[in-house]
Design a protein around this ligand. Structure first.
Ligand code: LLP
Length: 428
């Protein structure tokens, strides 16, 4: 459930008019709902109420400070994947004691920053990274609390580009090497092995791959304890899918029940890293129709939003429901291709989508644009990075300003040998 619905013929974000936001901030823009974020976070925590659970929101899904602070206020920790995300999380007021650092290629500087901040846990993904961390921690006189991510070789049955738990994927240590690497880790200086981590992919719509992976992980925990390791934590990752279209992902309650079933009596703290499930349907992208172009055999809805603002359709063939901001007054629908202005055929959001009639100048909203949307934006075609607005009942705040071509040009310079001025020239 979300808080974007039609009221008096207009799509609203909670009690805020999208037409008014468009007039104030210009289009396109992202709009997030605090009530929806809160609801999703609570549904997830309720589903795990019978469990010793720690929730680390996977901030890669949406790392806007307003979103992070909203979730932080509800008690969420953060799952980070870069030194930049560590800085963001701290800027949002999240205590490092609630931060888990994941990621397949953490650099020496990033590992050092994590140890310096005393993050709660570092999830390691390779033998090589384990040894690098041991050396850095020893040199700094610190002890790193680590989980080692295993690759259970389970097919998550999701899009190939967001599957992570197959042996051909770059993530985690190979299942066959787990016992040997855990045992070696246990004796290394600067390393305190606290747990096992797993994450098999994103936008999972079937619960069985989870059950298969978690059952394997449980077996591994028991084996490692038999070998004398003091395993106190299991990090079960994220990945729960959301309904973008006709998908029927497992509900958080079903997921929670499965976890309780598989992990019953394991005597570990269980960590969870939900991203999309929390923020996906808590955001929309609002765009204005530039033209309705009539071709010979099809029509094109040309929007002012493009693939640089929302890359998911181009990258993953992802579906985003697109609705007019003005509530249609009839049920009449017709097929139309919905595209952006970028000079690529890939800049197509939907082909032959059934849509109510919309005209040039109308606003439309992309649903489910809270996760992996603004964070994946680029300035391709010298376009802006979009403003982000967080709504809270009838209140709203600009939580990220529009970045324009003029802001971007300030960082670019014509080399001295071309400027003829004897110094670098800033053209911004
Ligand atoms: N934990 C780890 C270690 C992850 O790699 C991810 C996501 C998550 C948690 C959160 O997964 P979620 O609950 O959000 O599914 N850009 C893609 C999704 C990439 C997911 C990357 N890892 C998309 O737009 O579909």
């Amino acid at each position: 459930m979300d808080h974007f619905s039609y009221v008096d013929g207009e799509l609203r974000a909670e009690n805020v008019s999208l037409n008014e936001l468009a007039a104030e901030f210009g289009t396109p823009f992202f709009c997030y709902s605090a009530a929806t974020l809160t609801r999703h976070y609570q549904v997830f925590t309720d589903a795990l109420s019978g469990v010793d659970a720690d929730i680390y929101y996977a901030m890669k899904a949406n790392s806007n400070l307003g979103v992070l602070a909203t979730l932080g206020n509800l008690g969420a920790g953060m799952d980070i994947v870069s030194g930049g995300e560590l800085v963001r999380a701290q800027a949002a007021g999240i205590s490092p004691s609630k931060i888990v650092f994941s990621g397949v290629g953490k650099s020496v500087d990033e590992l050092r920053a994590a140890l310096d901040a005393d993050v709660h846990q570092i999830n390691l993904e390779s033998y090589e990274e384990l040894h690098a961390l041991s050396a850095i921690a020893s040199e700094m006189g610190k002890t790193a609390h680590v989980a080692i991510r295993v690759n259970p070789n389970v097919d998550a049955k999701t899009h190939a580009k967001i599957t992570t738990g197959l042996s051909e994927n770059k993530f985690g240590i190979a299942w066959e090497q787990a016992e040997a690497i855990f045992t070696e880790a246990n004796g290394l200086p600067g390393i305190d092995v606290v747990g096992v981590a797993v994450h098999i992919g994103s936008q999972l719509t079937d619960i069985e791959p989870y059950r298969a992976a978690y059952t394997k992980v449980r077996g591994l925990v028991e084996k490692l304890r038999g070998l004398g390791l003091n395993i106190r934590a299991v990090d079960l990752g994220g990945g729960l899918g959301i309904p973008y279209d006709a998908e029927t992902p497992p509900s958080p309650a079903e997921y929670g029940a499965m976890v309780q079933d598989v992990m019953a009596g394991i005597d570990c703290r269980l960590g969870f890293e939900p991203g999309r499930m929390i923020v996906g349907n808590a955001g929309i992208l609002v765009s204005r129709v530039i033209y309705v172009k009539s071709g010979i055999d099809r029509k094109f809805l040309i929007l002012d939003a493009a693939m640089n603002d929302l890359i998911r359709p181009a990258l993953y063939e992802a579906h985003h429901t697109i609705v007019p901001v003005t509530e249609p007054t009839t049920d009449a629908m017709a097929p139309i291709d919905i595209v952006g202005p970028v000079c690529e055929t890939g800049d197509t959001f939907a082909r032959q989508r059934m849509m109510p009639e919309v005209k040039a100048g109308d606003l439309v909203a992309f649903r489910s644009a809270g996760a992996y949307a603004a964070v994946m934006a680029s300035t391709y075609n010298a376009r802006d990075l979009l403003p982000e607005i967080l709504v809270n009942d009838s209140d709203y705040a600009l939580v990220s300003e529009r970045v324009t071509i003029h802001d971007i040009l300030k960082r670019e310079h014509i080399p001295v040998w071309l400027s003829g001025q004897g110094q670098e020239k800033n053209v911004g």
